[in-house]
Design a protein around this ligand. Structure first.
Ligand code: ZN
Length: 284
């Protein structure tokens, strides 16, 4: 959701805004948004991350943060639910659960998540992308829009998707690792569906906390279809990127997490479970 604000400014504030825009290359709207966020204590460049990719790879699916808490920390994001029960899509402040039977429901505020990433989305830049042939094609072009190989990015992509392949995780007992759990994933193919991708790009160095590379979830405009994106195609997409320079990590206080051995390198498991065995998105 974005709102148009009309207001009166003094000449000196207006001049200072224009000067900052000239020197920084940022739009006036962006500078105003960031200044307001700071004044009002809204975390615009901060990811709120629940648990770690290392923990989810090991099968620590016990919920530890409520949907209500997540919504206090962001209006856009993704994740999963307790017992790996489907895929989470947080969009415009509403939290949806894409389930393994192919349905999408709005998650109640007291639902629990064992792993999620959310952000108060305020785009720093936008782009139009045309003739997208595959997910790999899209992520390659998104890589060209990132300003750094070391910063994190959140994004929202809207448009009509000629094809969309998503998976939803199936409810799984804790302790069954993510590779095994997602070998039972359910895959859905949709055609000609208008909707939104929400997601993040995280650098390799963050791989034990976040899912490195691009990680995208989809929800249709009618909020009836959704999941973790495996492939797609689209004629024209509107891309919005939000740079992130701060991560707030919620460490689960579950006994399973506190006692787990999380030293193992999870890269290979994440590639299989989250990227369908393929590397998506360049690492630079
Ligand atoms: Zn996912």
């Amino acid at each position: 959701m974005s709102i148009t604000l009309q207001t009166r400014l003094s000449a000196s504030i207006w001049e200072a805004l224009q000067e900052r825009s000239r020197t920084s290359g940022q739009s006036v709207a962006h500078i105003v948004q960031m200044a307001l966020a700071e004044a009002l204590d809204v975390e615009h460049h901060s990811i709120f991350q629940v648990s770690t990719s290392g923990a989810i790879v090991q099968g620590l699916y016990q919920g530890c943060v409520t949907v209500a808490d997540l919504r206090r920390h962001g209006d856009l994001g993704l994740g999963t639910f307790e017992d790996l029960d489907g895929e989470m899509i947080l969009i415009e402040g509403r939290c949806f659960q894409a389930r393994s039977d192919g349905t999408v429901v709005e998650a109640p505020d007291d639902a629990l998540t064992p792993f999620a990433s959310v952000v108060n989305f305020a785009p720093d830049s936008t782009a139009e992308i045309e003739n997208v042939g595959s997910l790999g094609d899209l992520t390659e072009r998104l890589d060209g829009l990132r300003s750094s190989k070391n910063g994190m990015v959140s994004l929202r992509v809207t448009g009509r998707f000629g094809s969309m392949r998503v998976r939803t995780a199936c409810r799984t007992e804790s302790g069954i690792d993510l590779v095994e759990a997602t070998s039972n994933q359910v895959v859905f193919d949709y055609e000609d569906v208008p909707g939104t991708l929400v997601g993040f790009w995280s650098p390799d160095y963050a791989k034990s906390i976040a899912i490195s590379g691009w990680h995208l979830h989809f929800i249709s405009d009618d909020r009836a279809k959704g999941g973790h994106v495996l492939n797609l195609a689209a004629d024209a997409l509107h891309v919005e990127l939000n740079d992130v320079n701060d991560v707030h990590l919620a460490i689960p206080e579950t006994a399973a997490f506190l006692e787990a051995d999380l030293r193992e390198d999870n890269e290979e498991a994440l590639q299989i479970a989250e990227h369908d065995g393929r590397r998506i998105g360049a690492s630079s």
